[in-house]
Design a protein around this ligand. Sequence first.
Ligand SMILES: *[C@@H]1O[C@H](CO)[C@@H](O)[C@H](O)[C@H]1NC(C)=O
Ligand SMILES: *[C@@H]1O[C@H](CO)[C@@H](O)[C@H](O)[C@H]1NC(C)=O
Ligand SMILES: *[C@@H]1O[C@H](CO)[C@@H](O)[C@H](O)[C@H]1NC(C)=O
Ligand SMILES: *[C@@H]1O[C@H](CO)[C@@H](O)[C@H](O)[C@H]1NC(C)=O
Ligand SMILES: *[C@@H]1O[C@H](CO)[C@@H](O)[C@H](O)[C@H]1NC(C)=O
Ligand SMILES: *[C@@H]1O[C@H](CO)[C@@H](O)[C@H](O)[C@H]1NC(C)=O
Ligand SMILES: *[C@@H]1O[C@H](CO)[C@@H](O)[C@H](O)[C@H]1NC(C)=O
Ligand SMILES: *[C@@H]1O[C@H](CO)[C@@H](O)[C@H](O)[C@H]1NC(C)=O
Ligand SMILES: CC(=O)N[C@H]1CO[C@H](CO)[C@@H](O)[C@@H]1O
Length: 629
Amino acid sequence: MRFRSQIAMNVRRISCVFVITSWITFSLYYYDTIYGAIKPTIEILISANKDLTFEEILTYNGTEDDLIKTPGCYIPNYGITLKFREAKIIKHFCGTRAVFIEKISEEYLLINIDDTINEYSKGNDYNCCYQFVTPALVEGITDHRKIRYSPCAPFENQTKIELLEEIIVVKCTTKLKVVYEDAYIFVKKLKREEYDDLNHEKPWNVLILGMDTMSRARLISSMPKTAQLLRNHHWLDFRAYQKVGYNTFPNVMALLTGRNQSQVHTECHKSLDQCNDIMLWSYFKKAGYYTASGEDFLRLPDTFTRYDGFKNAPTDHYMRPFFLTGENSIGNLVCTKKRPSAHHLLDYALDFTNTYKNDKFFGMFWFNSFSHNLNNVPELIDSDLAKFFETIHTNGILNKTFILFLSDHGLRYGEMRVPYESYYEERLPMLYLWVPNNLRRRYEMFKNLLVNQSRLVTPYDMYVTLLNILEIGNNTEKTSNACPNCVSIINELSRNRTCSDAHVHEKWCSCHPLTKATNDAAIKNALDAAIDDIYDIVKNIKTKNCMQCADLKLKDVLRAHSYKASNATIFVLAFQMTPGDVSYEASVEHRGDNFTVLDTTQTISVYNTRGNCVLNPVHRAYCICVKRC
Ligand SMILES: *[C@@H]1O[C@H](CO)[C@@H](O)[C@H](O)[C@H]1NC(C)=O
Ligand SMILES: *[C@@H]1O[C@H](CO)[C@@H](O)[C@H](O)[C@H]1NC(C)=O
Ligand SMILES: *[C@@H]1O[C@H](CO)[C@@H](O)[C@H](O)[C@H]1NC(C)=O
Ligand SMILES: *[C@@H]1O[C@H](CO)[C@@H](O)[C@H](O)[C@H]1NC(C)=O
Ligand SMILES: *[C@@H]1O[C@H](CO)[C@@H](O)[C@H](O)[C@H]1NC(C)=O
Ligand SMILES: *[C@@H]1O[C@H](CO)[C@@H](O)[C@H](O)[C@H]1NC(C)=O
Ligand SMILES: *[C@@H]1O[C@H](CO)[C@@H](O)[C@H](O)[C@H]1NC(C)=O
Ligand SMILES: *[C@@H]1O[C@H](CO)[C@@H](O)[C@H](O)[C@H]1NC(C)=O
Ligand SMILES: CC(=O)N[C@H]1CO[C@H](CO)[C@@H](O)[C@@H]1O
């Protein structure tokens, strides 16, 4: 078997055989009734094994000074002192639904018109019709970046219609005007011939739910109900999940392809379609899985809009055409017709898992609209998400499904980036993992996962882990191109693991305590290096005609911290430049007499609209545009 359960078979391990056997008996007995298989593990291991490290890991309760503390990586528990401030709630209502469509079987839908329709029609006579929405045909070729509509077919209350296409829009009109519009999406089950060529001892399903800009600390502070629910149901909580790139794209692609940004660029720059073969879901699809993907808030320049987006559906089921029916920003929300976009996404994810619960599936759904922008409020989806997880816990998929609830990074900009703790906040996205009940019974694998909650883990590791999950029972080894020595977290991860072992650039590495810098002369030198580096960037920015970037001057040093690396001191500096008041965070390495800026200094300010004259959008944060002629 592939899980390297052969790990160092040391003496202690052998003496544990008895413990393991009794653990299995014990846990099967108490299984699901008392502690969901975790508590017995803790008690037996602690009482019989006396493995203090293990005890420390399993009894971690969140009040400790550290998130993890291993020889290779110490991360302070920064969430204890960082106070999260979220946007004020101004408006959080997309509209009142009056037309409901319900799936009554795999093939049929029932339309119900609620009495509230009279409020829309103001008592006038009205007629309603529905249209199916499909990807556009451009010169005979399907293009999922655009949509087309079928002719509008009339319906009345309690009309039964056939589920011909996944996306449906309805509109109701009086003599005068359209009074009601709404949009719906359902999973239309695909039928594939059974094939089982992979000799799987047992196929595991995978569901990935990603929520943008959500650190573990932010989840606990801003979505307490969801956080509590995950704890109550014994989801694993990887406290040192470490990002590997600046924003969404590099981190999501690291998870989906195991590649770093330059490798992704090499493979994907011609178009995302061209590199779909290296995405995780394609490996699962080839193995006979049904696949789905979806992302809300399409206007963001972020996730899968790079390189012109997908023209072909990357997965069997693909939500993009649905959101193309029209998303509107209303107050703190992003709505698709009468419901928040993210609610459509949650319902579809649930529909997908229900539809294929007797087959094998891989689904990935990414939520932007409640957390990406500073005016989004995570709390507004807290109850719905908790309810979603509660439903998942009763719909029978948990025996054989891995569920990853994760993010790409923490808060990257805004006033929350002024406190020094935000250095960790930005770098540590959440990663919660549901381990299938049937795998929890397999002691070695589950024990590794438990232990690895307090190890340094990256998206590259998760890529390898998911491939590992696909191939449990198959004998092929897969690795991450960006991190060839990374292993599945179901295997052993070393306590000694450092950022460099995990292929995390020093710039993003969270594995060290920060202390307030006190050496004024060194701070000044580091600051000069950081500012010179920004001047170098500004000097080379290309702008629109008759515009140029203003000369910047230091306005204020917001904070100055440092940490020790091998034979060097790294300064972490946040400072503000004028004009424009844009702030930056730089990491500067002090080695011997040299001060060297690590990687690209990034802004920690909100979107700089005064930088709109630049030709390459990545330069916007470094330019305050002024007229030149
Ligand atoms: C958390 O664990 C620490 C020891 O690691 C202990 O001192 C403390 O009382 C615990 N707190 C709670 C609330 O359980
Ligand atoms: C539609 O039918 C349902 C069930 O018969 C009924 O409760 C509802 O009032 C009807 N809606 C309208 C607008 O008449
Ligand atoms: C999950 O597995 C347990 C133990 O094998 C079994 O009793 C239970 O019926 C399974 N649940 C579902 C929904 O398959
Ligand atoms: C499983 O192993 C076989 C033979 O080693 C290989 O052909 C197949 O591609 C593997 N499955 C996957 C999903 O990689
Ligand atoms: C990407 O990974 C390769 C292989 O590990 C490495 O040579 C290269 O420097 C990495 N590129 C970046 C931008 O990290
Ligand atoms: C971790 O580092 C310690 C001290 O350097 C060393 O004794 C130990 O063998 C290392 N463990 C592993 C698994 O590399
Ligand atoms: C640190 O400096 C010492 C003495 O100059 C040298 O022997 C050692 O190799 C250096 N270590 C690293 C990691 O550069
Ligand atoms: C400092 O920089 C100079 C010039 O780049 C280089 O030759 C020297 O080795 C560097 N010193 C240290 C300690 O890195
Ligand atoms: C990456 C990591 O820390 N893996 C660990 C996972 O758990 C096993 C079991 O304790 C450890 O041996 C690994 O080192």
